[in-house]
Design a binder for this molecule. Sequence first.
Ligand code: ATP
Ligand code: MG
Length: 368
Amino acid sequence: MIVQSLKLEGFRNYKGLNVTFDPGINVIVGENAQGKTNLIEAIRYFSDCRSHRARTDRELISFDREEARMEMLLESRNRQFKLEADLRRGVRRGLKSNGVRLKSATELAGILNTVLFCPEDLSLIKAGAAQRRRFLDDAIGQLRPRYAEAVNEYRRLQEQKTRILKDFLDDPAVAGTLDTYSLRMCQLGAHIVHYRAYYVEKLKAFAPDIHREFSGGREELGLCYRTVKTVTDPLAPVQTIYSQLLEHMQSHKRAEWESRSCLSGPHKDDIDVEIGGVSARTYGSQGQTRTAALSLKLAEREISREDREEYPVLLLDDVLSELDARRQEFVLNRINGGQVFITCCEEEKQGNLKAGRVLRVDGGKVIE
Ligand code: ATP
Ligand code: MG
């Protein structure tokens, strides 16, 4: 997938932008608060018509405008697409693909796949398990909409079950429905564990090689999927996982009542990440854990390519800081194949770029 050009009118700090991109590497350079991340956000928007940082489309419209217009030309699945979005205050957004009005964002699915690495992802390894689960859920969900549906339903049920445990245990009519929730959560949970286990296997096939090259052959990355204790083999058939989840749920029923919280299920899953045989979370340095986080994202890109037979567009926002020269060089010059966008500040080593294009962003304008 190649984003060829982007037009923005009234989008964040872009009054009027018309820019073309390199099919390979695009380095977006500029001082703080000039619009680098806004540009990444605009590109990513067309993958699912959501911003990765705004809660509503309203935030995307320039402060002094009533509407934002976005237009992207891209090549995907050997076809040419023109995607348009029209965001207006208080009115439903308008979306078009090749001039045809779309009913919803789901019709855009698969036209533009992106893998985004934003500054928060630098802490993917050091952060709590929730962030690593989100990584898995987003990555698998982009490729398998049915997984995303299962995760969403599971979350809804978990919220409802937690509310019952917290507030309604004394009401027998409501408390009596708890088992129904738990059963459905085990069914969905078995599918979720199954997908996650296979996805981590894929990560294992790509991420360690990437990490090794990234670190100049110095570091070995190890990954292991952790789920509910009773699940002896997460790669087992869904039915087997289901009965093992059920077993765990039943043995924790009393503890859930007593603690008034939802204790049993894959909502506590995690990926153990090791560097050189020891826990990266406990012992890894800043640079090491950032390298590992990036290696996971680059592995996500390879998995997406394997699945779709085409590289997704890679968006790297502010990743160069705190990587040493060798690792920065890897990011700039050795991510091969597919289109890449990298933002960085002037002082970061963009001088080392061997191929591709440098775009300078200054106050909502792009100067080449
Ligand atoms: P940094 O290097 O600090 O990450 P950046 O170049 O990535 O900076 P952006 O996050 O793209 O900066 O933001 C640039 C500017 O856009 C900010 O100063 C912000 O105030 C402005 N901005 C954000 N939303 C809007 C909006 N809806 N209308 C107008 N300007 C906006
Ligand atoms: Mg930024």
